[in-house]
Design a protein around this ligand. Sequence first.
Ligand SMILES: [Zn+2]
Length: 133
Amino acid sequence: MPSELISVADEQHTIETRLLPLKVYHGAIWHLREGWVIQLKDDVSSASKRFTLFHEAFHILAHCRTTPVFRKRGTMQGSFNELLADYFATCILMPKEWVKKKWAEVKDVDVMAEMFDAPKSAMWLRLRQLGLV
Ligand SMILES: [Zn+2]
């Protein structure tokens, strides 16, 4: 787990990652007095955990650097934040130039997903974002 990287999401508080047998969600964040806790579903692939970890870290970042766009409530804003969190996770796990370079060599989503240790669905998303598929 790249937990050192996660700590920069909020440098004022500790961020602890806990693996739990979550049923409904792949991840969740809790803001406790002493810091943040990111809960991750334990019985999924490491790729899926990594993706969820960065997704949740985005919510912490967004919370700490509150701007009007994040302060709004409501379903629309909620789902927009989820899209942003997914986008953030794909950008961190699958850096643009690296994906472009490797895709030119590999041209195989399964191999790419394994290479970047990212969920296959996230790799598809990233390839579409970059206009490669
Ligand atoms: Zn989320």
